[in-house]
Every structure is written in structure tokens, then in C-alpha cells.
Design a protein around this ligand. Structure first.
Ligand SMILES: C[S@@+](CC[C@H](N)C(=O)[O-])C[C@H]1O[C@@H](n2cnc3c(N)ncnc32)[C@H](O)[C@@H]1O
Length: 239
């Protein structure tokens, strides 16, 4: 039987999506019903992503880019937590239209995270990205390095979910380890979280802090790379 999150659902189709063209068509069809299909108590990744980001925006003055913003589920939680300066980027015009209805974004714009994005270096304090590092959507490169490029040196934070089934096979773990070894980022945390609860899905919720060139030298000398989750640790859920 087809359910809102089960086999045959648009969520299942999203998992089977392979190209940007597939994704645009899928989200055009899904945009109007996306929030109803994925209520916050079922799809909890946006809430967990936003709450993690808010920990780094205690004065609520930070500028935030919500990358792969969809209909705005992350930004609505950010705004309820006091965030005032939120922009949203997405591949899908239909999802951006829905995001606009939330009234919480300062600016919404089209962008493709499988390519370098047209955003100045160090433009934002925080980048959030929930639900977009998943099957057939966006891979680790160049997106993760682009996120780091566009956040501020020394204090810039990237908070992102990566669905567990592609964490290692999709090269995310390796890319983050490489960025850490280069001294580009510090891995603040990498927790396994519930994702779409009705399906029993999990994701890695990663928090990266951008390091300054000076700190990079220190980091290389003083610290050893963080131990990132492997498949064996996926039972240790922290929701
Ligand atoms: C599962 S939705 C997540 C949306 C929102 N962040 C949330 O958590 O509800 C995935 C989003 O990624 C967007 N997306 C897919 N491929 C993309 C790409 N190459 N660049 C930017 N956004 C993309 C889709 O349009 C869709 O809005």
C-alpha cells in the first residue's frame, strides 16, 4: 500500500531520484503537499538541524543560509528560535514558492549545490542544510567546501544532515576527514539522529567550524582528526 512516507510515496521517489532534472520534476509535483506528508513529528531532521544551528546564534544576529531550503521547515524553527536574517537557496522553483509563504526568509534564490554557488566568500555566519545530502540529490563535493568557503573564518558554522546510507558510500565521511586533516574545519560534533521516524531512518548530523589560516597551522600541530561515525555505530541514536 502506498502511504505518505512508505513505498510508492513521493519520499520513496525522492530516494530513487538520480538527476537535477528528476529532482526538479519531483519537487514540482510534491511542493504543495510536502509539509503535510512530512509533519515535524515524523520528519524531525529540520527541527534537529535548526536547534543545533541556534546554539551558535545565541545573540540571534547571525546571517544564516538555509541551503536546499525546500518549503522552509528549517527556517521556521530558526525563526521561532529568534533568528532574524535567513536566506534560502534551492534547485526547485516550486519549493522556493512554498518557502516564500513562510514569511521568514529575507531572500530566496535558485541555486544548484552540485556546482560552485554564486555567493561571496565569508558571506554568512551559519549554513544549514537538512534533507539535501540524500540519495540522488547532492554529493559531498563541491557542496561541503562551498559551505565552508561562504561562512566566516574563525566563527563560521555548517550544520548539515547526511542520510546514513550514503555517509560512507557517498564519500561524505572521507571528504569531511580530508577537510579536517587539511585544517580547513574542526568537526564540532557528528551525531547519529533519527531522520524520518516512521521509516526508522537515521542520518549523521554534522557540525563543522571553519578554521582561520593561523588556527589551521595550530590545528595540524596540536590535534588529531575527530573520529567520525561508522556504520557500526548507527545504533547509538541521539535524537
Ligand atoms: C528532502 S528536501 C529537504 C528540504 C528542506 N531542507 C527540509 O528539510 O524540509 C530536499 C531539497 O533539496 C533540493 N535539491 C535537490 N537537489 C538540489 C541541488 N542540486 N541543489 C540545491 N537544492 C537541491 C530539493 O529541491 C528539495 O527542496
Amino acid at each position: 500500500m502506498s502511504t505518505r512516507t512508505g513505498e510508492g510515496s513521493l519520499l520513496a521517489q525522492a530516494r530513487a531520484s538520480h538527476t537535477g532534472t528528476d529532482n526538479k520534476a519531483l519537487y514540482k509535483e510534491w511542493a504543495a503537499n510536502y509539509n503535510a506528508d512530512l509533519p515535524a513529528d515524523v520528519y524531525i531532521a529540520p527541527t534537529l538541524t535548526a536547534k543545533e544551528a541556534l546554539k551558535f546564534d545565541s545573540s540571534a544576529t547571525g546571517s544564516i543560509l538555509d541551503a536546499g531550503c525546500g518549503t522552509g521547515l528549517v527556517a521556521e524553527v530558526l525563526a521561532r528560535g529568534g533568528a532574524k536574517s535567513i536566506d534560502g537557496l534551492d534547485l526547485s522553483p516550486a519549493m522556493l514558492t512554498e518557502a516564500g509563504k513562510t514569511g521568514v526568509y529575507q531572500k530566496l534564490f535558485l541555486g544548484d549545490l552540485t556546482r560552485p554557488v554564486d555567493i561571496a566568500d565569508e558571506r554568512y555566519d551559519i549554513v544549514t542544510c537538512a534533507g539535501t545530502f540524500t540519495h540522488g540529490h547532492v554529493g559531498p563535493s563541491p557542496a561541503l567546501r562551498e559551505f565552508v568557503r561562504i561562512v566566516k573564518t574563525d566563527s563560521g558554522i555548517v550544520v548539515a544532515t547526511i542520510i546514513d546510507s550514503i555517509w560512507e558510500s557517498g564519500g561524505f565521511k572521507q571528504e569531511i576527514e580530508a577537510m579536517e586533516a587539511e585544517g580547513l574545519v574542526k568537526v564540532v560534533s557528528a551525531d547519529i539522529i533519527d531522520y524520518v521516524q516512521a521509516r526508522g531512518d537515521h542520518a549523521v548530523l554534522i557540525v563543522l567550524e571553519k578554521l582561520s589560516p593561523a588556527a589551521r597551522g595550530d590545528h595540524k600541530m596540536q590535534s588529531s582528526p575527530a573520529v567520525l561515525p561508522t556504520g557500526q555505530q548507527l545504533l547509538s541514536v541521539r535524537a
